[in-house]
Design a protein around this ligand. Structure first.
Ligand code: ADP
Ligand code: ZN
Ligand code: ZN
Length: 745
């Protein structure tokens, strides 16, 4: 139908006006068949019928407008900037691949322009007089001016920082800057000196640190990828390198090479790892042609950064998945660090995956994709093994004398048998004592998922739940119970809401509890805690990391967020308190995720010159994830896990998706999910397996009841066809006030 369509819905000039509203135009006979979705056309618009550029987002045979009044497309417009053309093509690809409307896809790839207060291109420069500078550092240390110290520390390394980075990454404010400026320690300079990265040299003002020389493994990867790039080869590459093996250093050299060929680069880093430390590593090498986009930027600020990239002022854009849409005119390289991270998958429609989308963007822009990880996703690794990606490995720690930590697995059942009821095994207690005696640092990692801080009734066993969402409330300090889905908060009730019994008690172990127990057991130790609660504030996350880095604490207690990619050379001990906690959540990827978390956690120990040790406490030492993570043996994990996926046709060996219906009426949500199950079972009997339907794990959120099912198949083509048929039901569901979502897994 689409090829011969007579009408086109277009949107006018995406970045300037409302793009929510499409306008319909007639396609003149001479252009029928020549206008695909995403095409830029010229249309008469407004009262004066002045010609405007517009993008085609939908084709149809019928006119939904007054057929006598509908205007005609004038012509196809061909003067689009290359980057813009690529982004629109990318949106069209995302629309198809992830099932969204063209408008949703366009909104994702092209940031909407908002009236932005112009971002000043100021920079902060340290004073040249070392005595003045050092004296001020001492004063700031004495006065414990934390914010100022952060800035001074950064300036020590780089000499200057763009105001934009200091503000967005270092959380500097005018109140911190002004007194320092008045004291003459820093000055604000309004012109960023645009350093041409092609001229070589380091932006770093202090040249004391010479460039590292790469080890042979690193060198080979850099040489191979760059020479193949020059030879026109664009096969995606996967660098599988153990934690601390120098992957980031490899990325930096690859970027240098690509820049010297006149191209630009995108570096995706999960937001949680996009710390000041990481950003500065790039900044000190590349200077002001590096920029970042992160979630702290407003729409307008993001737009502004993208404009700078378009103009060529920025040549390296770093950030979480949205950096992928930086409109470089001459993109050469996309790096995705920690490629297995689940945050690379968007939770909003279109639910794109950054890895797949990067590969498509690279194809459109003639760039190469380089993935890196210590624990690659099964998807990426299996493609590498099949030769679809090129595989490189880094097997040694990069720092001279540093090696992977010694790992000891402790069976918690035996601890119990021996009469130890503490959450710290005897082995861990001993290591903790040693570590504190030697004035080293340690990380205690709680692999927590779900609701271990729920409060439940000892008489009837019911947890106190949220009245709007089918989840238990979570205990917080100040005797409050909070719903982590909708924010509903109450004081802990005196009696059980279900049976009236007065015996309510918290159970399980949260990070707060561990912090308390550590302080009881080691009163002299300084403890920091990092989790959902302590990082809620705007800058909590960065401040805790900085404080721990500066050895302001001996012990860092926390959840997943402490084990992701941070480099703390002072840490010699990592205690994993309950390794199996993330294993039993009914997700076919939970073993993979547990393996990744344990390996990452273990990789935090012994990154400096002192050897590290890791204690993994578990109830199930024979478990695949625990066993292979303890040996830091990715390949064994992969081989066993992929066999299991193959046997059960789980991704990456099969195609799988989750279909969910949600409605304020439980009956309607249930009726539709049953219909969908029936449709698949009848039409695709034998090629498709339906699991469910059932209540979603969280059966109600914000008063919407949620039902779901899974579809699994070995036949990708009929799988896609089935998804298409399900999406065609959407309009009907809407009439019934039921929402539909289909998510590829
Ligand atoms: P990864 O990204 O693989 O975790 P990094 O690139 O962060 O590893 O490197 C870990 C540490 O090793 C860093 O402190 C880095 O400066 C150092 N390093 C990297 N490459 C080398 C090298 N060739 N020689 C010495 N040290 C290196
Ligand atoms: Zn009760
Ligand atoms: Zn709730």
């Amino acid at each position: 139908m689409a090829e011969r369509a007579a009408y086109a819905d277009v949107i006018i000039d995406i970045s300037h006006e409302q793009i929510d509203r499409p306008f319909q135009y007639r396609i003149p006979d001479r252009l029928i068949g020549a206008i695909p979705i995403g095409c830029q056309v010229l249309v008469p618009f407004g009262r004066g019928n002045s010609l405007r550029k517009a993008y085609v987002i939908r084709l149809s045979d019928t006119c939904t407008f007054d057929p006598d009044a509908v205007k005609e497309i004038q012509d196809i417009s061909t003067d689009m900037a290359a980057a813009r053309e690529q982004m629109i093509a990318l949106a069209a690809w995302m629309r198809q691949e992830y099932g969204s409307t063209m408008i949703q896809a366009l909104k994702t790839v092209l940031p909407v322009k908002e009236t932005v207060r112009h971002v000043e291109q100021k920079r902060i420069v340290r004073c040249e007089d070392n005595h003045v500078f050092e004296a001020y550092v001492q004063l700031a240390e004495k006065k414990k001016w934390k914010g100022r110290l952060r800035l001074l520390e950064a300036l020590k390394e780089t000499g200057e920082i763009p105001w934009f980075l200091a503000q967005k990454q270092l959380e500097m404010t005018a109140a911190i800057i002004r007194p320092m400026e008045e004291a003459g320690v820093i000055r604000l300079d309004s012109q960023i000196s645009y350093r041409d990265p092609l001229s070589g040299g380091c932006a770093c003002q202090n040249q004391e640190k010479p460039l590292l020389s790469l080890n042979p493994q690193q060198q080979r990867i850099v040489d191979t990828i760059l020479s193949e790039y020059e030879a026109g080869i664009r096969t995606p590459c996967l660098i599988h390198g153990i934690t601390g093996s120098g992957k980031t250093e490899v990325y930096i050299r690859l970027i240098e090479g690509i820049l010297s060929m006149g191209k630009s680069a995108i570096v995706l880093i999960p937001e949680i790892s996009l710390t000041y430390q990481t950003v500065m590593r790039f900044y000190s090498r590349f200077g002001s042609c590096v920029s970042i986009v992160n979630s702290r930027l407003s729409q307008g600020e993001r737009y502004d950064q993208f404009e700078r990239a378009k103009r060529g002022e920025v040549r390296i854009m770093s950030g979480p998945r949205s950096a992928l849409f930086t409109p470089f005119e001459n993109l050469g390289l996309i790096i995705i660090d920690e490629e297995q991270e689940s945050t690379y998958k968007s939770e909003q429609v279109p639910r794109y995956h950054a890895r797949e989308t990067a590969i498509e963007r690279a194809r459109l822009s003639d760039a190469v994709v380089v993935l890196g990880s210590a624990t690659p996703s099964l998807e990426a690794y299996s493609r590498a093994k099949k030769g679809i990606y090129r595989l490189f490995t880094l097997t040694k720690r990069a720092v001279e004398g540093s090696s992977l930590a010694q790992v000891q697995v402790v069976d918690l059942r035996k601890e119990m048998e021996a009469g130890n009821r503490s959450i710290f095994s005897r082995a861990l207690q001993q290591k903790m004592e040693e570590c504190l005696e030697q004035k080293k640092q340690m990380i205690l990692f709680l692999n927590r998922r779900g609701y271990s801080k729920a409060v439940s009734c000892r008489s009837c066993g019911q947890p106190v739940g949220c009245p709007h969402c089918a989840v238990p409330l979570t205990e917080h300090t100040g005797s409050r119970l909070v719903c982590h889905y909708c924010g509903y908060t109450i004081r802990i009730p005196k009696t059980c809401p279900s049976c009236g019994s007065p015996y309510l008690a918290g159970f399980g172990t949260g990070t707060q509890k561990i912090e308390m127990l550590v302080k009881e057991r080691f009163p002299e130790a300084r403890v920091l805690r990092m989790d959902y609660d302590t990082t809620n504030g705007k800058d909590g996350h960065e401040q805790i990391l900085q404080a721990f880095s500066a050895h302001e604490a001996d012990i860092l207690v926390g959840t997943q967020m402490i084990v992701k990619g941070h480099d703390f050379p002072g840490v010699t001990l990592v205690g994993i308190l309950a390794a199996d906690m993330s294993l039993y959540n009914g997700d076919f990827r939970s073993r993979e995720r547990t393996f990744q978390l344990l390996t990452q956690a273990a990789g935090r120990a012994g990154r400096g010159n002192d050897p590290g040790s890791v204690i993994i406490q578990t109830y199930d030492p024979e478990n695949l994830s625990v066993r292979t993570a303890a040996m830091q043996d990715y390949c064994s994990f992969y081989e066993e896990e992929i066999r299991y996926r193959k046997m059960l046709a789980y991704p990456p060996e099969g195609s799988m998706c989750e279909v969910m219906t949600a409605s304020e009426s439980a009956e309607a949500a249930g009726r539709w999910i049953d219909k969908i199950a029936l449709l698949i079972n009848q039409s695709y009997h034998g090629t498709m397996t339906v699991i469910g339907p059932s209540d979603a794990p969280v059966a109600r959120i914000r008063d919407f009841w949620r039902k779901h099912l899974f579809i699994k198949s070995n036949d990708h083509r009929s799988f896609l066809e089935a998804l298409e048929r399900i999406s065609e039901l959407e309009a009907e569901l809407h009439k019934d006030k039921v929402y539909l979502s289909v998510t590829a897994l």
